[in-house]
Design a protein around this ligand. Sequence first.
Ligand code: PEP
Ligand code: MN
Length: 337
Amino acid sequence: MIVVMSEGASREQVEAVMRKIEEFGLKTHPIYGVRKTVIGVIGDDKTKIVETMAGYPGVEQIIPILKPYKFAARETHPQDTVIEVAGVRIGGDRVVVMAGPCAVESREQILNTARLVKLAGGSVLRGGAFKPRTSPYSFQGLGEEGLRYLAEAREETGLPVVTELTDPRLIDVFCQYTDIIQVGARNMQNFVLLTEIGRSGHPVLLKRGPSSKIEDLLLAAEYIIKEGNRNIILCERGISTFETYTRNTLDLSAVAALKKLTHLPVVVDPSHSVGIASLVPAMSLAAVAAGADGLLIEIHPNPNAALCDGPQSLDFETFSNLMGKLRKVATAIGRTL
Ligand code: PEP
Ligand code: MN
């Protein structure tokens, strides 16, 4: 159950409502937004509240939420949430393309890639500086040096940057260097990390775990949003199935389902979904047709020489051609790119 306070409700009115709810033996969880405060009510016997609280001073609406995720549910917030990152709107009419290498490998590599992303019409630069790798002997990323190169690329091109945070102790450094913090698939249920990001208020791209249900993803988002951070972009990046030809199986039905269940923007990462560069263009087009608000695509100036995920990375020419086709699909469904 969510109690939505009216726009002009005072702090005293909010507190009075919370006290009253707590008298019923229920827990309250307020989220103080810029315009409105909403109070999450946690507990079993909720009917009494509906009857008594509706006319309370400052109360605008009482919404019963049956879903286990409360603040991420569309019922709480029927309109789409649009996240604004350095002038880029994510979740609106425009489909946003985020592109870049799997890993930042050198200053030159990321600067060249950033220039190409900008030229081709991409809106956000991606690139991992701290890489979670299956093997401890694989390239682990350039660390803070990589973050500095990303910041330089942002400075030159104006493109906001998304990069993965793997360690909650580094959150302050990340908030300083990046525009969107990526939570990788392996960390989707790292609840300490999610809570810290929630507290930071920083925009976040939350990837679905390869073995996680749609509801698990939404509950992970709930960890962030319950700390007051609504700037969450969800990302479908393929799930583990019995299929082994592709790296993962792209669950496009999750895009349609998420758009129905939540107000948060949803993007698709076709690269990790399939793991094969030649399949990435078709899946990108399909994702936009299915209603994705954006794409996260791995590209590399020389995929054969990439230190990470070369086989799934597009070269610059293929990426530029794909952008032209994506524009047509976006137009066909009444969006822009
Ligand atoms: C990545 O985006 O480079 C990455 C590691 O993705 P995922 O967490 O989806 O495997
Ligand atoms: Mn990768």
